[in-house]
Ligand binder design. Structure first.
Ligand SMILES: Nc1ncnc2c1ncn2[C@@H]1O[C@H](COP(=O)(O)OP(=O)(O)O)[C@@H](O)[C@H]1O
Length: 484
């Protein structure tokens, strides 16, 4: 059965043309450059003060903490060198009261969770020194050192009071100190930076670490000099003062806020409704079209509109479909992965709670269509972000005098991992944006545990820099062993 005309009228917002994609990439590059030049921009381009990526030989045991996903995660990470590691971890629930209450209470809870981990799981770290901890904090932060950064805004359902504008490392360290927990937060890490480091540790130097999970964001490695907003003094300091005179710096793009000004993203009525009803209207515009927190909700808005227009389910809805965030992106993955229309029909009944007698001829196809166009748009937009970074860093060109090693992109998050066809669609769009040959040079691979391993690797880099400051010498030979 052909789709009702109302569906096809919405397709231009989802099935983006090649020209439209290229236009988005051009805007992306412009906003990235603005973020590198000045503070307070939508695409914040946050310098991480991480001056290189690991090569897999690093060793040591560190604590890691991950806040920003569905759960709070406390880990102990053992790096064995030879690209190998081991993680002990425990997850702790973060209630809505904690997410929206006083920041001090949230950080006390985090410190208590680390304490509980050390008591219940135990640690292999035996030293009188405080234990070094890498804090993966996956929210927009203006970082001023490897262990300091001010929270710019909450995202992903967090809204704790008296946190914005404060140094989150200090908030955490104060909580440890109040409770006499012998832990030192030595590195503040965005999950994307962690993903980039983790991927590099496991498979050799990567260019980009990208998250497609509850939210979306990416980090990449750039020349320190390109981060002009640091100013000449800080640039020189960073170039000289890194663990190994770092000409490079990992930059956390905060691309989730790309095009908050709505110059080029395809904003449909369904996106507008989602945005208006969100806790952060007019923010995270790109994230709201790409990440797991929103994919289900966009499709729910489409289904509701089609029900209200009497072209779906005979005009009957269900409690799940009527509920704000009534179902999540797992449903999108399930429908995308379904082998037959009968399977989709079963999912509509079991997961959306629609009564079998309300499902008419053609309805299953309409649901499949809604899911498919939203998933296609998410993957094409994800490709735009990757292509923008690849072009910005000049990695779209094959190097002339050296062997072409291609470009490695470490990805993490449930959307990247579980949404069927996601990586294939990203690759297809990259071929459009970078040319067939250019597209083939981009290798995307899962970098699991970025927030654990990556945080440990950053804590290691911070500890080495600290040791260097106190001892006046580094144990690492730049470019030979350890970070390069
Ligand atoms: N099977 C799935 N396919 C796609 N997205 C999923 C799936 N399961 C959960 N999600 C979405 O992924 C998000 C969780 O992302 P995940 O990467 O697991 O954690 P994090 O919270 O650390 O980003 C949720 O918003 C959820 O809606």
């Amino acid at each position: 059965m052909p789709l009702p005309p109302i569906c096809t009228t919405f397709e231009p917002y989802f099935l983006l043309s090649d020209e439209r994609l290229q236009d988005i990439v051009n805007h992306f590059r412009k906003e990235m450059e603005e973020g590198l030049a000045g503070y307070g921009k939508d695409v914040a381009m946050v310098p991480s003060f991480v001056t290189g990526v690991p090569d897999g030989t690093e060793e040591g045991t560190f604590l890691a903490l991950d806040l920003g996903g569905t759960n709070l995660r406390v880990c102990e990470v053992r790096l064995f060198g030879q690209h190998k590691f081991e993680i002990k971890q425990q997850k702790y629930k973060v209630s809505d009261e904690l997410k929206e209450g006083e920041a001090r209470i949230l950080f006390d809870y985090i410190a208590d969770s680390v304490d509980a981990f050390l008591t219940e799981i135990g640690s292999d770290i035996s030293s009188n020194e405080p234990m070094h901890l890498g804090f993966t904090f996956s929210f927009p932060v203006e970082q001023t050192a490897i262990d300091a950064g001010k929270l710019l805004t909450w995202t992903k359902g967090f809204n704790a009071k008296h946190a914005i504008g404060n140094d989150v490392v200090k908030l955490l360290q104060d909580a440890f100190d109040r409770k006499h927990i012998h832990v030192r937060c030595s590195a503040l890490v965005n999950d994307t930076v962690g993903t980039l480091l983790s991927r590099s540790y496991q498979s050799g130097p990567a260019l980009i670490g990208a998250i497609f999970g509850t939210g979306t964001n990416g980090a990449y490695i750039d020349k320190t000099r390109t981060v002009q907003k640091l100013g000449e003094d800080k640039i020189k300091q960073a170039e000289a003062g890194g663990e190994h005179a770092g000409q490079f710096m990992v930059v956390n793009t905060e691309w989730g806020a790309f095009d908050n000004g709505r110059h080029c993203l395809p904003v449909s009525i369904f996106d507008n409704k989602l945005d208006r009803e969100s806790i952060n209207p007019r923010k995270q515009a790109f994230e709201k079209m790409v990440s797991g927190m929103y994919l289900g909700e966009i499709t729910r808005n489409i289904l509701l509109h089609l029900i209200d227009s009497s072209v779906l389910f005979n005009g009957y809805s269900s409690k799940t479909i009527n509920t704000h965030y009534g179902y999540d992106a797992a449903f999108v993955s399930a429908v995308e992965g379904a082998k037959s229309p009968e399977e989709v029909k079963k999912l509509i009944i079991s997961q959306l709670g629609v009564k079998a007698e309300h499902i008419g001829e053609g309805d299953v196809e309409i649901v499949q269509w809604a899911i498919r166009v939203v998933a296609i748009r998410a993957s094409k937009l994800a490709a735009c972000a990757i292509a923008a970074v690849v072009q910005h860093t000049g990695n779209d060109k094959v190097p002339k005098d050296e062997e072409d090693k291609g470009v490695d992109v470490g990805v993490d998050g449930s959307v990247a991992e579980f949404l069927p066809n996601f990586s294939e669609r990203v690759s297809e769009a990259l071929a459009v944006l970078l040319g067939k040959e250019g597209g083939k040079r981009i290798r995307m691979g899962l970098a699991k545990d970025g927030s654990g391993v990556g945080a440990a690797l950053t804590a290691l880099q911070a500890k080495k820099a600290m040791d260097k400051r106190t001892e006046g010498k580094s144990q690492f030979v730049p470019g030979k062993k350890g970070y390069n």
